[in-house]
Design a protein around this ligand. Structure first.
Ligand code: ZN
Length: 142
């Protein structure tokens, strides 16, 4: 999560909402990183999780990320939750909850929807105060 927070800093430096993500391989090594690049790239889908999943799949040479863990500073949105299910990651770890748009336990729970045949394990609240404060500080800055 500390590494994901460092990624979030890179987003903020470029004027993007500070969200960072990393993907860990089944043996726990770092496979890929990503941070929000919506403003930097003008791409509405350039969320930290999407970029990290794409890079992890490229690193492994396949789309199936079975056994992998995605760690992200903010609860995934519906788009990212969908991508996480599609990627077949085993585990999603996130810091701050997103009561307004979260899709991993807050507003929706897409990743653990019983109607889907792949449901990653969800671990929430890891370094939550730091993750939440990073976002609050960004929106406080005029
Ligand atoms: Zn998202």
């Amino acid at each position: 999560m500390r590494h994901a927070l460092a990624e979030a800093e890179l987003a903020a430096a470029a004027g993007d909402v500070p969200v960072g993500a990393v993907v860990l391989s089944p043996d726990g090594t770092l496979l890929a990183v990503g941070h929000n690049e919506r403003e930097a790239t003008g791409d509405p889908t350039a969320h930290a999780e999407i970029l990290a999943l794409r890079r992890a799949a490229a690193a492994l040479g396949e789309w199936r990320l079975s056994g992998c863990t995605l760690v992200v500073t903010l609860e995934p949105c519906t788009m990212c939750a969908g991508a996480l299910v599609q990627s077949r990651v085993d585990r999603v770890v996130y810091g701050a909850r997103d009561e307004k748009a979260g899709a991993a336990g807050s507003l929706w729970d897409v990743v653990r929807d019983r109607r889907l045949n792949h449901r990653p394990e969800v671990i929430q609240g890891v370094l939550e105060p730091e993750c939440a404060e990073r976002l609050t500080a960004f929106f406080r800055t005029p």
